[in-house]
Ligand binder design. Structure first.
Ligand code: SAH
Length: 380
């Protein structure tokens, strides 16, 4: 870490735009399209205004009603009296040598969440958080150490996109969204679903194709089924082990939904044409990368239209595990490829800025930075 920017410079714009009583007014971004239409109807305004307003909020990312110049002054004033427009202040921003950028955002109640921007080839992917902390206790995950602080609101999930887009400016556009930041999206199902609706709504929402959105889960079986019925987004399942004994040790959720149950659920999902489930598999030294693991993995996934992402464990401060050697990773990959699977090795991005989930928070805590008053920019 390097220079600390004076607190005033970091907080100025947010203080100005929030206004004094923003906490008590409902945030307009928490209204669904339908709720906003109802509100407009009560105020004798036509329903098409809903998409106009939502385009200002979600596509243009404005932070004041006065900027909504295609609406009457009277409507802008009424909205300003009844609603606030949320912002997520950036508490910490870091950029890795590989181009990955990490944002630590402050929530209104003092908790903080992480969002990671990953440039890769022609893609610009944003990795979103759905909870402050996480309650699932996976033993390899830095976020798990925090425990669950709270679920994010849909607006707080969307604001991660809006704020990062504002930092990038109009010249750069996000191409992909992945729910692989802090938290378990399917443990915050309603708000995750609500945010997905706004992300994929082309009329007034962000207009992402569902094919460019991936939701990653520890494997909450009933919610996986619901997600596949409610949306057309891609599914990624964090598998990480091939026996119940090892998986339960790594992921306590396995005691509730066993490997057999999870795999059965995945096998039965109605996948649209050309769609595949992604299985994520962290490789951890001495735990899950023997040839017998590769063999069991291929038996488990046989017949499921899928791809496998191998992720060498990304160590963090005090982490109990280590990754295998690169040769061991390649060996594991080869065994799976010989069985006909599509396999990618996903190197953790932004390792020099602690970009694995939960790590920036851990870093932040250890620096004892006051989240309300400081902003730190890492060296590029
Ligand atoms: N709760 C969801 C999404 C958040 S984690 C899930 O578990 O899928 C996103 C991915 O990062 C998951 O596959 C998770 O297992 C992986 N991950 C977490 N900590 C990691 C670490 N230290 N090294 C490598 N991958 C990690």
């Amino acid at each position: 870490m390097s220079a600390t920017v004076p607190a005033k410079a970091a907080l100025g714009p947010f203080e100005n735009s929030r206004g004094r009583d923003s906490e008590v007014k409902p945030n307009i971004k928490d209204l669904s399209r339908e709720e906003l239409i109802d509100w407009l109807d009560q105020h004798k305004e036509p329903s098409y205004r809903s998409d106009q307003i939502r385009r200002w909020l979600l596509q243009r990312g404005v932070f004041s009603f006065s900027e909504m110049t295609n609406l009457s002054t009277a409507l802008r004033d009424t909205m300003g009296r009844e609603f606030s427009i949320s912002r997520l202040p950036v508490l910490l921003k870091s950029r890795s040598r590989d181009g990955t950028e990490k944002f630590l955002f402050g929530l209104a109640d003092g908790y903080s969440i992480e969002t990671v921007l990953i440039p890769e080839g022609g893609r610009l992917t944003l990795c979103l958080s759905t909870q402050a902390g996480c309650g699932l206790g996976c033993t390899f995950c830095a976020t798990a150490q925090m425990g669950l602080r709270r679920n994010l609101k849909s607006s707080e999930i969307l604001d991660q996109i809006i704020e990062v887009q504002a930092v990038m400016g109009a010249g750069k556009q996000l191409t992909n969204l992945v729910f692989m930041g802090m938290g378990e999206p399917l443990a915050n199902y309603e708000q995750t679903l609500k945010s997905l609706k706004d992300m994929t709504d082309a009329r007034g929402g962000l207009g992402f194709s569902p094919r460019r959105i991936t939701v990653s889960t520890v494997g909450l079986v009933p919610q996986i089924r619901r997600l596949m019925e409610d949306t057309k987004v891609n599914l990624a399942v964090s598998l990480h082990a091939t026996t119940d004994a090892v998986r339960s040790r790594l992921m306590p959720i396995n005691r509730k939904y066993s490997l057999a149950e999870l795999i059965e659920c995945c096998r039965a999902l109605p996948l649209q044409r050309r769609k595949r489930i992604t299985f994520e598999y962290i490789l951890i030294q001495g735990i899950n990368h023997e040839p017998a693991d590769a063999s069991r993995l291929s038996s488990l996934l046989k017949g499921i239209r899928c791809k496998i992402n191998l992720i060498p464990f990304n160590p963090y401060h005090d982490s109990p595990y280590q990754p295998p050697t690169p040769a061991e990773v390649e060996g594991f990959k080869d065994l799976l490829m010989r069985r006909g699977f599509q396999v990618n090795v996903r190197q953790s991005r932004g390792q020099d800025v602690q970009a694995a989930c939960g790590q920036l928070w851990a870093d932040f805590r250890s620096e004892r930075v006051n989240p309300k008053s400081s902003y730190i920019e890492h060296g590029v």
